[in-house]
Design a protein around this ligand. Structure first.
Ligand code: PHB
Length: 392
């Protein structure tokens, strides 16, 4: 009697436990995937955040709202491109909203805070812009991926281009923060290896746009050329101020392609002819890119830019990972292994990920012509960020 009672109790408990387990597994693989979008909705990078979100949503919509069989739900935070608020913002998404995956952001300083929390908590993170070298360098992790670039990549590619043009003395100018510093560092590495000299490194705090005193200093220094990293609203003003100061005619201006991406409407004739390096351009003309551009323009009544592509590819990367684990996002090792093996069918051209999860990609040399960044060549083929300091 007692034995039978115990057996019956055991069976009931075991059944309940089994039911609970399978219920959890079912919920895990069938409920919605919560994507925490942490992007700037205000400030100098606001338009960049919008383009990234548009691109991400476009790819999700193309798949009927589901990735790996699971519906996608968004939770959004405006990070204001403010590193001082970044840890609180990302903790809200991870701890309060319990997101399954983080997608963000534009600003390198904010992205480093996201990477820190992602690493500590094991939350998946896909970075759809910020180039902070550390994210796929010393801070790299198996759960941290980038769909964009490292700050080193466009800078390094441009260093070679400017040296090959025969320029010997260059002044650099940028915002004083990780992205500006690292873009200049990449430029300098290639430029000086090829025999050039960076004679002066000018900077101002992010996101200031009081360029006048620095432009006067450039005029007085008389370098052969200038290399710059600015983006968003700041890039619009820099290009206009450079021309207004009368420098454009005398000292060639080169930049990481953010200088003229998503900004040409506002820069007008002041941007005409500028040469920049980037992993995207407006005139690729491949069937893949043309289809993407058409779909984007139809959905948003806007022309896409590099930020839209990076957002779109972040969704493609999430799709690859989720498909490999059949929607069970708790299988992080399999998710990561699938991305390590994947070729992402990007509008920029297909890319794979380096060991530290940064895109291995061609860097185009582009020239502004009218309202487009036209390809004039490939500055660096299949450029791989060295991933310095990454141990994976
Ligand atoms: C960055 O902070 O890493 C950053 C911001 C804007 C860009 C590119 C890089 O366009």
């Amino acid at each position: 009697m007692t034995t039978r009672f115990l057996a019956a109790t055991f069976t009931a408990a075991a059944t309940a436990a089994l039911l609970a387990t399978s219920h959890a597994a079912f919920a895990q693989a069938s409920g919605k995937i919560k994507v925490g979008l942490m992007l700037p909705a205000t400030g100098t990078f606001a338009a960049l955040g919008t383009a990234i979100e548009n691109g991400f949503r476009l790819h999700v919509a193309e798949r009927g709202g589901k990735l790996g069989g699971r519906e996608i739900e968004f939770v959004r935070v405006d990070d204001e491109s403010d590193p001082a608020k970044a840890t609180d913002n990302v903790n809200k998404l991870v701890k309060r909203d319990n997101v399954d995956v983080l997608v963000g952001t534009v600003h390198s300083g904010v992205a480093m805070a996201m990477a820190r929390v992602a690493k500590e908590t094991g939350t998946l993170l896909i970075v759809p812009n910020a180039g902070a070298d550390a994210v796929t360098g010393p801070m790299c992790a198996a759960n941290i991926f980038r769909s964009s670039f490292s700050n080193w990549q466009p800078g390094y590619a441009m260093g070679d281009v400017v040296a090959k043009k025969g320029h010997k003395k260059v002044v650099t100018i940028t915002w004083k923060y990780a992205a500006g510093d690292e873009s200049v560092k990449g430029f300098k590495e290639a430029f000086e290896k090829a025999g050039g000299t960076v004679v002066k490194e000018l900077s101002l705090p992010f996101p200031n746009v009081e360029f006048q005193a620095l432009l006067t200093e450039i005029a007085a220094t008389k370098p052969d050329a200038v290399y710059t990293f600015f983006a968003g609203g700041g890039a619009v003003k820099f290009v206009k101020d450079y021309a207004a100061a009368g420098l454009k005619k005398n000292i060639l201006l080169y930049g990481a392609g953010f200088l003229t991406d998503g900004t040409l409407e506002a820069q007008g004739a002041d941007a005409e002819g500028l040469l920049t390096t980037l992993h995207y351009a407006d005139s690729l003309g491949t069937p893949r890119d043309s289809a993407f551009r058409l779909a984007y323009a139809k959905s948003y009544k806007l022309q896409p830019d590099v930020y839209a592509v990076q957002g779109y590819d972040a969704a493609q990367m999430l799709a690859v990972g989720l498909e490999a684990v059949k929607g069970d996002i708790s299988k992080k090792a399999e998710f990561a292994a699938a991305l390590q093996k994947a070729k992402i069918d990007s509008p920029r051209g297909a890319f794979s990920l380096s060991k530290s999860n940064n895109p291995v990609q061609d860097i185009y040399l582009r020239q502004v012509s009218g309202k487009e960044n036209k390809v004039v060549g490939i500055a660096a083929k299949a450029l791989t960020d060295p991933g310095r300091g990454c141990r994976l």
